[in-house]
Design a protein around this ligand. Sequence first.
Ligand SMILES: Nc1ncnc2c1ncn2[C@@H]1O[C@H](COP(=O)(O)OP(=O)(O)OP(=O)(O)O)[C@@H](O)[C@H]1O
Length: 234
Amino acid sequence: MTDTLLEVEDVHAYYGDSHVLEGVTLDVNEGEVVALVGRNGVGKTTTLRSIMQLTPPRKGSVRYRGTELAGLRTHEVADRGLGWIPEDRRMFSQLTVEENIRVAVPDAENVSAGLERAFETFSDLRDHRKQKAGSLSGGQQQMLAIARGLVGENDLLLVDEPSEGLAPLIVEAVADALTAAAAETTLLLVEQNLPLALDLADRFYVLDHGTVVDSGETANVSADDERLRRYLSA
Ligand SMILES: Nc1ncnc2c1ncn2[C@@H]1O[C@H](COP(=O)(O)OP(=O)(O)OP(=O)(O)O)[C@@H](O)[C@H]1O
């Protein structure tokens, strides 16, 4: 039996008068990797923001373990175990890698265990533990952002465009990092790189003009299927 962790139902969201999400419905089961794909500007980031209540839905429901999140503050959503890794990989650039991981561990007593867990999973970060985060390469920063999400004791990580702006070789390293993360937690991944998204995810949703236009199991599609390409080519 699968346990549904997250249920997004008929979510509508706006920026001012601009109606950006026009009824998004999707779900994520415990332990899954789910990819949300689609062209630029179709509302992928806004979907993640709506789940976190950063852009609160004006209509619709976001349930996490059966509890309604709509109406909560973002920190209350985070307290329930949802982690958000935004596109800009937000971190403390003046702090070292180690300090960035330390401050992401919610419980002070668990800091050593959190550090060990992060360095076990991402050995590259161990090698750079004393380096300021702002001086890391883009790929290393993405790894640090994922590590911070993991040690944050999140049961669901929302990851926005992890491969964006990274060279192909670095994308491979980030993909490995996400695979390692997926072994420990549930992931909802926004990703424009379709082959990567299909490779990592168990299931996918295609978003177009603020609504889900296709979904399925990644095992049943390939990145050059016309079914997907028509929604994804520019
Ligand atoms: N803060 C904002 N204020 C007004 N409009 C916004 C804001 N953020 C995004 N939008 C608009 O909302 C729409 C959806 O944006 P969103 O970032 O969710 O799309 P996306 O699918 O994640 O695309 P991208 O990959 O380009 O981030 C776009 O038309 C965008 O211009």
